[in-house]
Design a protein around this ligand. Structure first.
Ligand code: HL5
Ligand code: SIN
Ligand code: MN
Length: 270
């Protein structure tokens, strides 16, 4: 699978690109089931909401669940990722942000690369985020909102801040949040748009695009998988101890595509 020149142009100018139903409803369902299984496994990689109740995010499911291992190596994903990176890719980060119905909290306005420059001393924004909608994303369940084209301005707050992150497990966007003053100028220049679609839809987005999302006040949960691919020539050079492997991948070898299906075929099962 390859992106057209027009799709590449759209990604470069807008900072995001929606691939409607890149995965089938059956594949989305298999990924939902894999997530439900994985979310039961306790550990540091599982982040709960501030009130201690529901699961907010689960990291690194691709090393535990075969459906995710197949998904991240799918030619449908790796093809476009390699095109956009113009190089070979490995997994920098894998997470599912699970916004529970009626209660899932929002994510502050931020730029991903600001976190990775600060926490991992990552040199270049040569990454691609692939957001996979495990559930339908609509206007009620807290879609990701983008400030389209904002990635072309680079980082709003330049240079590594070096400050310690407030969250211990991962850098929460709250720790690097853009201020209302930052956002006013950005929104005046670029406007806002949200990424919505049915389960199985994919949104590719730039590591420097300004984004955030509102709490889920609706009756529909919103499980959003985000896998971040990094260029193999851009491995982070942490100044101190590297962050835990569940949050920043250490297998920096170029990923190969797989023929493995997300939904196992009958022959494979039998
Ligand atoms: N949680 C990520 C990390 O690397 C950073 C955020 O959306 C990505 C800002 O700890
Ligand atoms: C993020 O940027 O990691 C959070 C976006 C979201 O899940 O709404
Ligand atoms: Mn983000």
């Amino acid at each position: 699978m390859q992106l057209s020149q027009e799709q590449i142009r759209q990604f470069r100018t807008q900072g995001y690109l929606i691939l409607d139903q890149l995965f089938s409803p059956e594949e989305a369902e298999a990924l939902q089931d894999a997530f439900e299984r994985d979310a039961l496994i306790p550990g540091e990689h599982r982040v709960v909401e501030q009130d201690g109740g529901q699961v907010r995010a689960v990291y690194a499911s691709h090393v535990r669940q075969p459906e995710f291992a197949a998904m991240i190596r799918s030619p449908r994903v790796l093809g476009p990722v390699r095109q956009l990176l113009d190089g070979e890719a490995y997994i920098y980060q894998f997470k599912v942000n699970a916004k529970a119905a009626f209660s899932g909290a929002g994510w502050s306005w931020h730029q991903d690369f600001a976190a990775w420059q600060m926490a991992d001393n990552l040199q270049e924004p040569r990454l691609v985020n692939v957001g996979v909608f495990l559930d339908e994303v609509n206007e009620f369940n807290g879609p990701v909102v983008f400030c389209p084209g904002s990635h072309r301005d680079g980082l709003v707050k330049k240079g590594p801040s070096g400050g310690p992150a407030a969250s211990e497990q991962h850098v929460d966007p709250e720790d690097i949040a853009l201020t209302p003053a930052d956002m006013t100028g950005l929104v005046n220049r670029h406007g806002l748009t949200s990424a919505r679609g049915s389960a199985g839809t994919v949104v590719l987005f730039d590591p420097e695009i300004v984004h955030g999302s509102a709490p889920n006040i609706g009756p529909f949960r919103r499980r959003l998988l985000i896998v971040t691919y990094n260029d193999v020539d851009n491995v982070p050079q942490p100044l101190g101890e590297p962050r835990s492997e569940y949050v920043v991948g250490r297998d920096t070898a170029a990923l190969e595509t797989t023929a493995q299906e997300i939904v196992p075929t009958l022959e494979a099962v039998g």
